[in-house]
Design a protein around this ligand. Structure first.
Ligand code: UD1
Ligand code: CA
Length: 462
């Protein structure tokens, strides 16, 4: 059986995006286009996925350190990109290659499976889509139903090819590596753009007596490319609506569904409840019975059953245990872990901090690099001073401790189990278990004679 791999063409600049970012790193629902393609194709091809990178390749390598890449230093066109990659694919033992444009991120495993099944006996197959207006896409030219050529929009002449049928090239192809290897050197640069077009291979393959098929995939929008912000937003909206509909059908309660954005990588269990507007990105997981209220943003976070995330909370790389209450206006940064029934209230920020079961930090607090035991109360305005300007230091607080309001814990520092800290303390030394620590200036009361009323007013007015 022929061994098939994937080649993603991702070297282009994406001039029409007007961005310094390489186009394939532009995001849909928080995921870069290239990541979406790899995510969709990995179930079929595993590790056998290669990408041709050129413009901004360092940024791509940084974002996808495990992706196999082939460098196209100068972007001379899609034909040049494929030709350059073939020796690597051959050496790796592949005889067939599925080629996809990197700016077609919604191609799914289903679409690809069906395309490959129909293309089984062909030396070269092209996926096509039927559009009302073929726009800037390469046009499919057929004769008596059989594909004859792909002609780029710029080069299309009605006199030569007739009125365009609306059938366009989706930029998804499968071909024999040997056939491509023989034919691509025969491609000549386009007179209009100077680029080597991969699409010229269709006419060349037919001339060489090869079997070429154009597989019409109907009006499937998932096969459209992204070249401009407008196209990106359009396809992103198609994907968003599809994801939301899928979760609704599975039994997730999504209020104001038009305003909910969920990453294709996220998992939301039936029985979870989300109120829009709301954004759930990355590999976030929301379990059954969890509730996410409006204006929250979750990124790569895990919310366990029965937890409630109240409005305007921001979670990134955080884990919220069963029955926890978070927010409104809470910020959980990477490494924030809340055990069962913990509470984090308004204007509280946690970073790399473990808050034990039943513990509470309800108001105006920063906890960083801290480990806090169970049923401990962190008073309003508590701050872990974890950074000395150069290094970060830990704060350890035992179970059933009580940290009075407006306490500064100067790390590294430990507060033992059941300890009590007086409000307004600046704690610089460890507090043993069950001790009361008060570290603030003792209050002194002085005699104070109020000024006569008129003088007070004059002073205030001056
Ligand atoms: C291409 C097709 C067109 C098709 C459309 C579908 C060609 C010549 N045209 O046009 O028929 O209808 O896609 O979306 O192929 N790239 C490289 N190296 C290069 C040039 C491009 O890797 O030297 C990559 C780009 O990063 C992009 C992909 O190839 O991901 C397609 O290039 P793009 O310039 O977007 O081609 P289109 O004009 O959209
Ligand atoms: Ca394109």
């Amino acid at each position: 059986m022929e061994k098939c791999c994937v080649l993603i063409l991702a070297a282009g600049k994406g001039t029409r995006m007007h961005s310094a970012k390489p186009k394939v790193l532009q995001e849909l629902l928080g995921e870069p286009m290239l990541g979406l393609l790899v995510h969709n194709l990995a179930p079929l091809f595993g590790e056998a996925i290669y990408a041709v990178c050129g413009h901004g390749r360092e940024k791509i390598a940084k974002a996808f350190p495990n992706l196999k890449t082939i460098v196209q230093a100068e972007q001379l066109g899609t034909g040049h990109a494929v030709q350059l990659a073939l020796p690597t694919l051959r050496e790796a033992g592949y005889s067939r290659v599925l080629i996809l444009n990197g700016d077609t991120p919604l191609v799914t495993a289903d679409v690809v499976s069906s395309f490959l099944a129909q293309a089984k006996d062909a030396d070269l197959a092209v996926a096509t889509v039927q559009l009302k207006d073929p726009g800037a896409y390469g046009r499919i030219v057929r004769e008596a139903g059989a594909i004859k050529a792909i002609v780029e929009a710029k080069d299309y002449s009605v006199a030569q090819y007739g009125e365009p049928s609306g059938e366009i090239n989706a930029g998804v192809y499968v071909c024999s590596i040997d056939v491509a290897h023989t034919l691509l050197p025969q491609v000549t640069p386009s007179i209009k753009s100077g680029e080597y077009y991969f699409t010229d291979i269709v006419a060349l393959a037919l001339k060489a007596g090869k079997k070429v098929v154009g597989i019409n995939c109907g009006r499937d929008e998932r096969l459209l490319g992204i070249n401009s912000p407008k196209e990106l937003v359009h396809l992103e909206e198609c994907l968003r609506a599809e994801i939301v509909e899928r979760f609704l059908n599975q039994g997730v309660l999504l209020h104001a569904k038009e305003l909910i954005r969920i990453s294709p990588l996220a998992q939301i269990a039936p029985g979870a409840e989300i109120t829009g507007p709301c954004e759930i990105y990355g590999a976030s997981v929301v379990e059954s019975g969890a509730k996410i209220m409006s204006h929250c943003v979750l990124q790569d976070s895990l919310v366990h059953a029965g937890a409630e995330i109240r409005s305007f909370s921001h979670l990134q790389g955080a884990e919220v245990g069963e029955g926890c209450l978070v927010g409104p206006f809470a910020r959980l940064r990477p490494g924030a872990v809340l055990e069962q029934d913990a509470h984090v209230g308004n204007f509280v920020e946690l970073k790399k901090t473990h808050l034990g079961a039943g513990s509470k930090a309800n108001h105006l607090t920063y906890l960083g690099d801290a480990v806090i035991g169970e049923r401990t109360n962190i008073g309003a305005g508590t701050i872990t001073c974890n950074y000395d300007g150069k290094y970060k230091h830990p704060t350890i607080i035992g179970s059933e401790a009580f940290i009075g309001s407006n306490t500064a814990l100067v790390a590294p520092v430990k507060v033992g189990e059941g300890a009590l800290i007086g409000a307004g303390s600046t704690i610089t030394r460890d507090v043993p278990a069950e001790q009361l620590a008060v570290a603030r200036a003792r209050q002194k009361n002085y005699d104070h004679k109020p000024l006569p009323k008129e003088t007070t007013q004059e002073t205030q007015n001056s």
